[in-house]
Design a protein around this ligand. Structure first.
Ligand SMILES: CNc1ncnc2c1ncn2[C@@H]1O[C@H](COP(=O)(O)O)[C@@H](O)[C@H]1O
Length: 373
């Protein structure tokens, strides 16, 4: 269960019961959700407690599952990172680059296959409800689906407990509990990765795809100011050659240059994440080539890359009838859900964009049309 707060909560609570029912009834596709950024609070809290217990009980052997604490953060560092995420308001950020410092603590908790499988199960359930094929057998409770289709992305990590291939397989195995066509997995390449690791991630994605697994694409993510996009090109070209779709985080900050953006567009992406600061040339290219944009309203507000909903770049794309999809990005720090992001479309200004139900329905349809399946 996601605790909703901030802009998403304000928009949701301004809606009538009929409006909420309308949003819930729309078939929605979540196309931009980062696994480790979407862990439900209850699960994060449990994992943090277990980490603390293991740390206290076994400081000499230092083992948690098959990972060793010595290769991870100290318990104090982990607990203080997790405390920021557990605050009922969600995280407070001064600027987007502060955001990436939240992940080392989360990663300390999801570094074994067991823990990764557990969080994947919880994240899938938070978006898709209890529609696993074995659900009737194993559970008595039902939870409501937030969306009809989920593309879940994650950055493969090699830990003491698993290889990068095992990391992706663990996620895929959990996704396979859902009916075919419900979940697609996107392998994320972090801008801080070495070329060797990017290559390995693309090969793992390709291998699993060839085996018929639901690995549908690759993504470029991470600190938008890290690395040089000239160096990443070959890995995304390779991904396209082997039939994987490509989505790229692009122009998330004012410090991302126009040259960088044009270079990323030259990879031939199938979708773009955020695309907040595109200059006229880039907008022309994106509009002419009808490249769908994954829009993350709350994320942009809380990372302070957009100052208000009224000034959000979604307005531009709506005016040009350009394909977009509405996404949550990271439900844990941003305290949002798919329903709440749609509430931001429907709620009246200044709490939302004040769109009509017809427009919102059309946007939901666009999301479903631009799945990587
Ligand atoms: C604010 N918008 C964003 N911009 C860029 N990258 C982001 C992001 N939100 C999340 N990530 C990327 O996703 C990772 C966490 O999930 P996974 O470990 O992959 O499952 C983060 O470490 C970051 O690299």
């Amino acid at each position: 269960m996601t605790t909703i707060a901030g802009p998403a909560a304000a928009a949701l609570s301004s809606l009538s019961a009929d409006q909420l029912t309308f949003i819930r009834s729309l078939p929605k596709a979540e196309l931009h959700a980062h696994l480790n950024g979407c862990i439900p609070i209850t699960v994060l809290r449990e994992l943090a407690h277990e980490y603390a217990r293991s740390s206290a009980a076994d400081s000499s052997a230092k083992s948690i599952g098959s990972a060793t604490l010595s290769s991870l953060l100290s318990n104090d560092a982990v607990q203080s990172g997790i405390q920021q995420l557990l605050s009922s308001e969600g995280v407070k950020l001064e600027k987007i680059t502060d955001f990436f410092g939240l992940f080392p603590s989360i990663y300390a908790l999801t570094s074994t296959k067991e823990a990764l499988g557990r969080v994947t199960r919880a994240v899938l359930e938070s978006f898709l409800g209890t529609s696993r094929v074995d659900e009737d057998i194993h559970r008595g409770t039902a939870s409501q689906a937030e969306c009809a289709y989920l593309e879940l992305r994650s950055t493969p990590r090699q830990t003491d407990g698993m290889t990068r291939e095992e990391y992706v397989r663990t996620i895929v195995e959990e996704a396979e509990w859902y009916p075919p066509g419900k979940v697609g997995i996107i392998v994320s390449l972090d801008r801080k990765m070495s070329g060797e690791v990017m290559d390995e991630c693309v090969e793992v994605a390709s291998k699993l795809r060839k085996e018929g697994k639901a690995v549908v694409g690759v993504d470029l993510c991470g600190d938008p100011l890290a690395g040089d996009v000239v160096d990443f090109e070959r890995y995304f070209r390779r991904a396209k050659e082997v039939g994987l779709k490509v989505t790229l985080h692009v122009a998330e900050t004012t410090s991302n240059s126009c040259e960088e953006t044009l270079k990323l567009l030259s990879y031939g992406p199938d979708r773009l994440g955020h695309a907040t600061f595109l200059d006229d040339d880039a907008i022309d290219y994106v509009v002419k080539n009808k490249i769908p944009i994954e829009i993350c309203l709350t994320s942009n507000l809380l990372c302070k890359t957009v100052s208000s909903l009224d000034e959000h770049h979604i307005r531009h794309y709506l005016k040009h009838n350009h394909p977009i999809s509405i996404c949550t990005d990271d439900t844990l720090p941003f305290r949002t859900t798919s329903t709440a992001e749609y509430a931001l479309l429907l709620a009246k200004l200044p709490l939302g964009l004040g769109l009509s139900e017809g427009d919102v329905e059309k946007i939901a349809r666009m999301g479903m049309e631009h799945r990587f399946v």
